[in-house]
Design a protein around this ligand. Structure first.
Ligand code: XIL
Length: 348
């Protein structure tokens, strides 16, 4: 056996032994009163046993980090590729987990062919409808809820985002997408997912008014997704307000992509110091507390982390940032923050 394999095997065995000593009451997911989720990557589930083990053990709701996005699942106009997303769905169903679909319409997850589509606006809309309905029908009865539209608003929330969908279909495109989604799977929980309300009051108010407007017009919306890619310096008051204000809509509230960045200013030589760990732990505790207090129980759709362990985080890969934003360290061991949150949740 070469050295690397030997070391990985030892780490794996060590982690399993650590887990074996824990009773089921020591699992965060068993102590919270709502689903606890993580987004996952299909390849990691397949190749990394620890990843698979922790995803299965610690979470009861699963989101595909990327494999249900349009550029992956519908890469050409007349070709769908469900293979990777199906493998995530199989994993989740086999292990009795809820599946949250992410995401049907997102400017940044759009397939190239649709961005470059040469047909008329009417034909473009028709392609969007076909996409939404084909994907939803494929997963009907398996996927419980969908982020129908992701990131509808502009960066600071003062308008609808200027993107291929608003240009081709008009600013009202989101309402139309919800209607098509509801038609495809009337039982699915339909969610509008957004980011940035924890630092922009304007964006928070915009999201809230859209939700109220949809309800008034009987557009079938059932939930609001709050991404919460939070930074240690984000203000406590605005995090709490986000949950309080959005709860007023009566819709389900999903913290849909949680991570807490300790290197929010992107310092190239950042170190994960004890004081940063402390600030991060406090933020995680604040978020779990606020979710319990501000969101009525029947509206709590769950808290979903954006992947499993620190070395799986999108922040390292996409932004090349030194980050440690999750509850599991690079070896899939629970970090002290996990135990602090667990302790807090147990004390309720
Ligand atoms: C990110 C993934 O984590 C990355 O792997 C991918 O390269 C880009 O997308 N908001 C969202 C998610 O709604 O879909 C994004 O996921 C992160 C920001």
């Amino acid at each position: 056996m070469n050295k690397l394999i030997r070391i990985s095997l030892l780490v794996f065995i060590f982690t399993l032994l650590t887990y074996a000593q824990k009773s089921e009451t020591d699992l965060l997911r068993n102590q919270v009163k709502f689903p606890l989720g993580a987004s996952v990557n299909a390849d990691m589930l397949l190749i990394n046993k620890l990843y698979h083990y922790v995803a299965n053990k610690e979470f009861n709701s699963i989101t595909a980090e990327n494999h249900m996005k349009m550029y992956r699942i519908h890469p050409e106009q007349n070709r769908y590729d469900f293979s990777k997303a199906d493998s995530i769905v199989d994993f989740a169903l086999k292990n009795g987990k809820r599946i949250h679909g992410h995401t049907l319409v997102w400017f940044d997850g759009t397939a190239e062919w649709l961005k470059n589509f040469k047909g008329t606006d009417m034909e473009f809309s028709n392609e969007v409808k076909k996409h939404i309905q084909t994907v939803m029908k494929h997963y009907k009865g398996k996927v419980t809820s969908w982020d129908v539209v992701n990131e509808y608003l502009s960066q600071n929330g003062d308008s609808v985002r200027d993107c291929i969908f608003s240009r081709r279909m008009g600013k009202e495109y989101m309402a139309q997408c919800f209607l098509w989604a509801h038609e495809a799977d009337p039982k699915a929980i339909l969610i509008y997912n957004e980011y940035g309300m924890e630092w922009s009051e304007k964006k928070l108010q915009a999201m809230k008014s859209i939700a109220f407007d949809f309800l008034k017009r009987k557009i079938p919306i059932h939930g609001l997704g709050v991404q919460f890619h939070v930074k240690t310096f984000d203000k406590e008051e605005q995090i709490v307000r986000t949950l309080t204000e959005l709860s007023k809509t009566g819709l389900k509230i999903h913290i849909s992509e949680l991570d807490v960045m300790v290197n929010g200013h992107n310092q190239p030589n950042a170190v994960y110091t004890d004081s940063l760990k402390q600030l991060q732990t406090e933020k995680f505790m604040l978020i779990f507390n606020a979710y319990r207090k501000q969101v009525p129980a029947k509206q709590q759709y769950g808290i979903t982390f954006w992947n499993i362990a620190d070395n799986d985080t999108w922040l390292r890969k996409v932004y090349k940032i030194n980050e440690w934003p999750l509850l599991f360290d690079d070896n899939y061991i629970r970090k002290p923050a996990y135990y602090k949150v667990l302790e807090k949740v147990k004390s309720y």
